[in-house]
Design a protein around this ligand. Structure first.
Ligand code: GLU
Length: 421
């Protein structure tokens, strides 16, 4: 799904290698962490509405269970590859470790453009996929969640499929469910809320006022779409947004509630009254204070990194920046809040949802947001403290600092548990 020429798994291995070297990680532990625990490939026959059968391909990769059950979303996208899902599963391991929640990492994907399917075809595909991967998942083993092009409805089908097999409702088998099926208040906006907390903390350490700060957001799905009002609430001016249909720009800043209403009604950002059209590529190169890539991986590369012109790059997407681009941004002095920290609010609220489901005891949205704030703020400063300490030795990115924290935590767990048998 990444840009042509960018292999996400190679990116993930490169990121790990750089940090392993810097922290003098035991080569044996490095060898273990390079590989996922297991990858499952499934073929999914689905009866289409016209009576024909189509077979789709799907994956579930579990990278690590060293610190707890594997955790991570499932995406439906036409460009899903096994290497992409492997990378995403590894990034989930680091993400859960950065915020200190007791999970390993996993990811799933199905090669499909959901827009090509009717609702009933999509439901049959989702159910068949979940049924096929149920041999490796479980509420104490691996807990899926939404990702690109999947949502609370998809999770409801997943949960029902699994529960039918068990004979009773098993809410803790997935997170990101509808609230009335055991989902958590605040989960839907949690990724975006986490991003806004990270941007707030970044502005503090950079002594930078967010009032009137200009923001461009690439991607207007769950993550990008919910980030706009949360950043606007903090005083930011949202000057550009984009989605698959293209982008829009208004240097004066959008009226965000009006924009949200427009997108809801028209299905995309394009054509929003008073805005000028721009491409996704142009959006990334706008001169802004905060840039939020919230779409797919591999969009900031060595080609466009020299033209990135922001103070804070807040990674809403997973893997938007390639290792070569990271080097360029570091030299340019762009403050990158890496994905494994910046978008960890989603999985953190998933953890809250899982805990609530296991206990059948539910929290208010205020409680969820408060605990999310605590965890994200603490993680931000733990990473930033490592960055401050290490940067005195030699320059490094915030991503490398986050990896140093995460890889240490995971490596310690692997070492203490030992290699079986
Ligand atoms: N798909 C989200 C992510 O990439 C959430 C995963 C989860 O909640 O398990 O972090």
């Amino acid at each position: 799904m990444a840009q042509v020429g960018v292999n996400p798994y190679e990116m993930a291995l490169e990121q790990l290698k750089t940090v392993a070297k810097r922290m003098k990680l035991d080569p044996n532990l490095h060898e273990v962490l390079k590989h996922p625990m297991r990858s499952l490939e499934v073929y999914l026959p689905v009866r289409m509405d016209n009576g024909t059968i189509k077979v789709f391909t799907g994956y579930r990769v579990q990278h690590s269970m060293a610190r707890g059950p594997a955790k991570g979303g499932v995406r439906f996208h036409q460009n899903v590859t096994l290497d992409e899902v492997k990378a995403l599963s590894m990034w989930m391991t680091w993400k859960c470790a950065v915020v200190g929640i007791p999970y390993g990492g996993a990811k799933g994907g199905v090669i499909v453009n959901p827009k090509d399917l009717t609702d009933s075809e999509l439901e049959r595909l989702a159910r068949r996929y979940f049924s096929e991967i149920s041999i490796i998942i479980g509420e104490q083993k691996d807990i899926p969640a939404p990702d690109v092009n999947t949502n609370a409805q998809t999770m409801a089908w997943f949960m029902d499929t699994y529960s039918m097999g068990k004979g009773y409702a098993v809410p803790a088998i997935v997170t990101g469910k509808p609230v009335d099926l055991g989902g958590s208040e605040g989960r839907e906006k949690a990724t975006s809320r986490g991003i806004s907390f990270c941007v707030r903390e970044a502005a503090k350490v950079l002594h930078f006022d967010l009032h009137g700060a200009t923001v461009a957001i690439q991607g207007f799905g769950n993550v990008g779409g919910n980030s706009a009002p949360l950043l606007a609430e903090m005083g930011c001016k949202i000057v550009a947004v984009s989605d698959v249909s293209g982008g829009i720009h208004d240097p004066k800043g959008f009226d965000v509630p009006k924009l949200m209403a427009y997108v809801k009604q028209s299905g995309g950002v394009k054509g929003f009254p008073g805005s000028k059209d721009i491409s996704n590529a142009q959006l990334l190169e706008l001169k802004v204070d905060v840039l939020v890539p919230a779409a797919l991986e591999g969009v900031i590369t060595k080609e466009n990194a020299p033209k990135i012109d922001c103070k804070i790059l807040a990674e809403g997407a997973n893997g938007p920046t390639t290792p070569e681009a990271d080097e360029i941004l570091l030299k340019k002095g762009v403050f990158v809040i890496p994905d494994v920290l910046c978008n960890a609010g989603g999985v953190t609220a998933s953890y809250f949802e899982w805990v609530q489901g296991l206990q059948s005891f539910f929290w208010t949205e205020a409680e969820v947001n408060e605990k999310l704030n605590e965890i994200m703020t603490k993680a931000f400063h733990q990473v930033h403290d490592i960055w401050l300490r290490e940067t005195k030795v030699s320059p490094l990115t915030m991503r490398q600092a986050a990896y140093m924290l995460a890889v240490q935590r995971v490596a310690d767990a692997v070492r203490k548990r030992g290699i079986f048998p």
